[in-house]
Write a protein that binds this ligand. Sequence first.
Ligand code: SME
Length: 159
Amino acid sequence: MYDFKIEAADKATLYSDLALAMQGLIGDETDAVANMANAAGLLWESLPDLNWAGFYRNVDGELVLGPFQGRPACIRIPFGTGVCGVAAQTRTVQRVEDVHAFPGHIACDSASNSEIVLPLVRDGELLGVLDLDSPKHARFDEEDEAGLKAIAEILARVL
Ligand code: SME
């Protein structure tokens, strides 16, 4: 049984604890599905105010739903469409304070109000994206972005 208790007073500590826990959870496991599934579970348990946490994989130039926590979501997203598709196409983090103002946002869960999507890149190849949604407006700030970039780097090594 894994029982990580991550309750930090400040975000910097939260994300450094989370990175250590993520590394420990992955260990020397190389199975991508297992690692994405456990990563989604750990993010979901550790970060407050989420209504979705999970992965879309790059399958032949299209984003296809991967392991996640939250409500069932849309399965296929073309590159360039929605927040995930723009993150995949541009390979840049998309941190969106109000998803309703994002052109082409795909509303998988009407409870979502803000979102952050991080591209997962290894050796120049886009493996997929990590997507976190929140019912809170502007849930993700610069510290979340920095902390999650470190998590995305850990994950990109083992997907
Ligand atoms: N909102 C995303 C779609 C995925 S769901 O949030 C799980 C988007 O616009 O790409």
